[in-house]
Design a binder for this molecule. Structure first.
Ligand SMILES: Nc1ncnc2c1ncn2[C@@H]1O[C@H](COP(=O)(O)OP(=O)(O)OP(=O)(O)O)[C@@H](O)[C@H]1O
Ligand SMILES: [Mg+2]
Length: 361
């Protein structure tokens, strides 16, 4: 069990007010262009993670002319999450009615996966998105991961700031922060590595279901962020001068990556757009599987415009796979026909029509 049992949105993008009780499995959101479909998914994403998938700034999220936005979600688990965010930046965040400072606990209660037209960037862009992808998985399956990540992150910030100071940095302080960085790095890396090994199995299985040939050809390789034939402490010491010239630390877990390869090539260099979309879909499904194995709960999948760039057969494959997960799905489309027969018929109450920001069941 997982997912949203109730969702309320106030003054978010073009949605003035919306209160819906989503289906535990399939929810189809139908509406013309600019009606507010993506905004609905974005509101769920923002409530769950504290960030949007299309704006880095929160201000465009608040409805024009309104002083604040309010989002509230009741989960099938019984937990509830609420957010009030004003145009001035004031924020009230609540979990189960109690104020919380950050999103850590809400994100744990409300695991959200996004599949949309920008999901390609997981393959096409730099390692940052892939690190975030791995870390989403590790965060949800291992409680100790976040403190270790924070430890390494803090040490990295201090080391970088020492390196940026004019003149020769204090060797004692550098050593102390490097020691901290290494301690956090080893823990973070061990967790990421174990997770990526598990991910590879689930991913290959999901991708083979979608396309047998691709499933056999595409592999994942975890890269820690430094050459592990060398010890990280030694590398950091050795590169102090060149890191200082560069103004940043070039070895460590902040440089980790998940290489997605087809044969000997980067997947993005040889696969078609449609094939890339299948690979990304399989990655996200694999994460859902691993999450379920550990937490016995399914994540919420926000699926926006998936039909774009997938042919009929592949669209059906991805939807079948998503539905077989038993996760709660929110799927947008401009009209029901655009999905064809790819999805099972939504049960009464799980088909939502969106018109000028108004959502009707
Ligand atoms: N802060 C805001 N206040 C009011 N309206 C906004 C705000 N931000 C965006 N909008 C408008 O909200 C509308 C809905 O956008 P949204 O992206 O949700 O549409 P959509 O249904 O997903 O459309 P498409 O099918 O084209 O993807 C757009 O007209 C957009 O310009
Ligand atoms: Mg949209």
């Amino acid at each position: 069990m997982g997912g949203l049992a109730r969702l309320e949105i106030h003054s978010f993008r073009n949605i003035g007010h919306c209160a819906i009780s989503p289906d535990p499995e399939l929810n189809v959101i139908v509406g013309a262009n600019a009606s507010g479909k993506t905004s609905l998914l974005e509101a769920i994403h923002y409530l769950a993670l504290g960030r949007s998938f299309r704006s880095s700034n929160f201000k465009p999220l608040i409805q024009s002319g309104k002083p604040e936005t309010i989002l509230f979600g009741e989960l099938a688990s019984g937990a509830s999450a609420g957010l009030r965010k004003s145009r001035k930046g004031e924020q009230q965040l609540k979990l189960n009615g109690k104020a919380v400072r950050g999103w850590e606990d809400i994100a744990r209660e409300m695991p959200v996966q996004l599949l949309d037209t920008t999901s390609f960037s997981l393959l096409t862009e730099g390692p940052k998105l892939r690190r975030r992808f791995i870390d989403w998985g590790v965060f949800h399956v291992e409680q100790a991961f976040l403190p270790a990540w924070r430890r390494a992150h803090k040490a990295l910030l201090y080391r970088n700031s020492l390196l940026k100071q004019p003149g020769k940095p204090d060797a004692g302080q550098l050593s102390a922060w490097e020691e901290e960085l290494v301690a956090g790095a080893l823990q973070v890396t061990a967790s990421r590595e174990v997770y990526c090994q598990r991910l590879l199995c689930a991913f290959s299985q999901a991708l083979s279901t979608l396309d047998k040939g691709l499933g056999g050809a595409v592999t994942l390789q975890f890269h820690a962020g430094w050459n592990r034939e060398h010890d990280l402490a030694g590398l950091l010491r050795e590169h102090r001068e060149s890191d200082q010239t560069q103004g940043s630390t070039r070895h460590g877990p902040h440089r980790a990556d998940l290489l997605v390869k087809s044969g000997n090539h980067r997947a993005v260099d040889v696969l078609s757009r449609g094939q890339q979309k299948l690979v990304v879909s399989a990655l996200k499904v694999a994460q859902g599987e691993l999450f379920f194995e550990t937490r016995e709960q399914r994540p919420i999948y926000l699926v926006d415009d998936l039909a774009a760039e997938l042919d009929e057969g592949n669209r059906k494959g991805v939807f079948d796979l998503l539905q077989s997960l038993g996760a709660q799905l929110f799927v947008t489309c401009v009209n029901r026909k655009a999905l064809g027969s790819n999805l099972s018929e939504p049960v009464p109450g799980s088909l939502f029509h969106v018109e000028h920001g108004t959502i009707m069941a």
